[in-house]
Design a protein around this ligand. Structure first.
Ligand code: SAH
Ligand code: SF4
Ligand code: F3S
Length: 473
């Protein structure tokens, strides 16, 4: 069994998130929702919760109390889909016990498989794609009368801009804010352009309002989300100037110096000097860039349709260090893509060492139906080789993470407190601007989640820094 760092879809898989309504008794019907996949899916579940609550559905964490079970699903790798299928089979058993229970699949798997889940496999009652959540209430009514309830239409303009997400399982300190949907990039391995449709940007005014509201409610960190945030581009219909990502970032940062701003994901081809300079000017934009490399070999990158070379990527990393010397860089890496040789693999290890990633999400290649790679290239690397290479990648990343953490010993960081340490309620857990987790004892009275403190790092493991408060802010 391979031990991997947590991945996008595996990190939170199996954890069920259900929003709590203010008064569960005011609702006659209840829904239960589980989310899988990337942060965008978690943000979407908060939109879904808002739409359902508006229509009189209260949230429950108890599956047995639910009239409606929803799974917001991911298709990125085969394993992600298998997990959901297993879960659906478990829920199908519940259906026999609970009369009138409806089961729905949302998200990327719904989009990819469409009515197949409903017709061939009879696992679910409703299938709703990522752009069709506004029609959920109507589809629930239809499914309730035994009709086939499917809406997987993708949209060119849906951004759910006017919907205030109901924060699910929130720590009250950090929240996701979706700034765009879809992806136009067509990386050859990736199913996302097919499941999420064309790229579109959300109105900057609605983004700013959501961030301001979060701040007013006591939140202290907003993570701006998109598959490719650097291509954010909003043109107001009423005329006026278009807004790009750097400008949006600056506007959000100006809400308050006490609001930390993060963003994910940056495609290396699109992150601009303007964005880096905007970060440098605004200390509350976190020193953290997720810059997925995928492979260190120019030949493989070309097959992946990533549109940059190894040298171009390295130059981008150097540019980040030049403008933001204390910036943390993290990555996504795929082992065993079509035709990958041992030499290509060594180039991946080499670019990891060069970039000194603080953290990476690491995967072995999983062929996805309908993608460019599936149509054009043979999935020709044996699974044992993919896994062996992945293990080497994971091993190297562990070394890099430890080395990076060791360098922090003796330094003082500004830390935003998120809550209690999981292992010790007499200690706080917070993060540095670089997104590193720091644990430190509660030596000062009167602090609470959402407060900032200066913490001096004394010790570390590969995953965590340990320190002591030196002053408040
Ligand atoms: N938009 C983001 C990534 C979204 S998917 C970006 O461009 O970086 C998250 C990660 O899953 C990808 O970066 C990639 O490393 C991985 N991934 C995507 N498709 C995959 C596949 N078919 N097999 C294995 N990993 C995959
Ligand atoms: Fe997939 Fe590439 Fe788009 Fe990321 S940028 S979602 S990897 S197609
Ligand atoms: Fe998965 Fe869809 Fe996100 S495929 S990674 S949930 S966009």
């Amino acid at each position: 069994m391979l031990t991997l760092e947590k991945t996008h879809d595996e990190a939170r898989q199996g954890e069920a998130f259900a929003p709590f309504s203010e008064d569960p008794n005011q609702y006659s019907r209840h829904f239960y929702i589980e989310s899988y996949g990337c942060q965008m899916n978690f943000a979407d579940s908060e939109v879904v919760a808002s739409i359902l609550q508006e229509k009189g559905f209260g949230a429950t964490r108890d599956v047995e109390k639910a009239n409606l079970i929803l799974l917001n699903t991911c298709s990125i790798r085969e394993k992600a889909e298998q997990t959901v299928r297993k879960r659906l089979t478990e829920f199908k058993k519940l259906k026999k016990q609970q009369k009138g229970l409806l089961i729905g699949v949302l998200g990327c798997m719904a989009e990819r498989l469409k009515s197949k889940l409903l017709e061939e496999e009879k696992l679910v009652d409703l299938v709703v794609g990522p752009d069709a959540y506004r029609t959920l209430p109507q589809l629930i009514e239809e499914a309730g009368t035994g009709q086939k309830a499917v809406n997987v239409l993708l949209s060119r303009d849906e951004t759910y801009a006017d919907i205030s997400p109901v924060r699910i399982d929130s720590n009250g300190v950090s929240a996701y804010v979706s700034i765009m949907r879809g992806c136009n990039n067509m990386c050859s391995f990736c199913v996302v352009p097919f499941t999420r449709g064309r790229e579109r940007s959300r109105d900057d005014r609605s983004i700013l309002k959501e961030c301001q509201d979060l701040f007013d409610q006591g939140y202290r960190e907003a993570t701006l989300l998109g598959q490719n945030v650097d291509s954010y581009h909003f043109t107001p219909e009423t005329g006026g100037d278009a807004v790009n990502f750097a400008q949006l970032l600056e506007q959000v940062a100006k809400i308050s110096p006490l609001l930390r701003v993060r963003f994910s994901t940056s495609h290396p081809k699109d992150i601009t000097d303007e964005v880096l300079h905007t970060m440098a000017r605004n200390k509350n934009i976190c020193r953290y860039i997720h810059l997925p490399v995928q492979s260190g070999s120019t030949r493989v990158l070309q097959l992946m349709n990533r549109t940059y070379t190894r040298e171009w990527y390295k130059a981008k990393v150097e540019r980040i260090w030049e403008i933001l010397p204390d910036c943390s860089i993290t990555s996504d890496i795929i082992s065993g893509f079509c035709t990958e040789t041992e030499e290509d693999h060594q180039e991946t290890l080499d670019i990891m060492r060069f970039s000194r990633y603080d953290f990476s999400y690491m995967f072995f290649y999983s062929e996805r139906p309908g993608t460019l790679a599936q149509r054009r290239y043979a999935d020709d690397i044996p699974e044992s080789v993919k896994k062996e290479r992945l293990q080497q990648i994971v091993h190297l990343q562990n070394e890099l993470s430890l080395a990076s953490n060791k360098k922090d010993i003796g330094k003082v960081f500004e830390v935003l407190i998120e809550g209690n340490s999981k292992r010790d309620e007499n200690a706080w857990m917070g993060r540095s601007s670089q997104n590193k987790v720091i644990i430190f004892p509660k030596t000062l009275e009167g602090l609470q989640p959402g407060d900032y403190v200066h913490v001096k790092v004394e010790q570390c493991s590969q995953a965590t820094l340990l320190g002591n408060i030196v002053s408040t802010i």
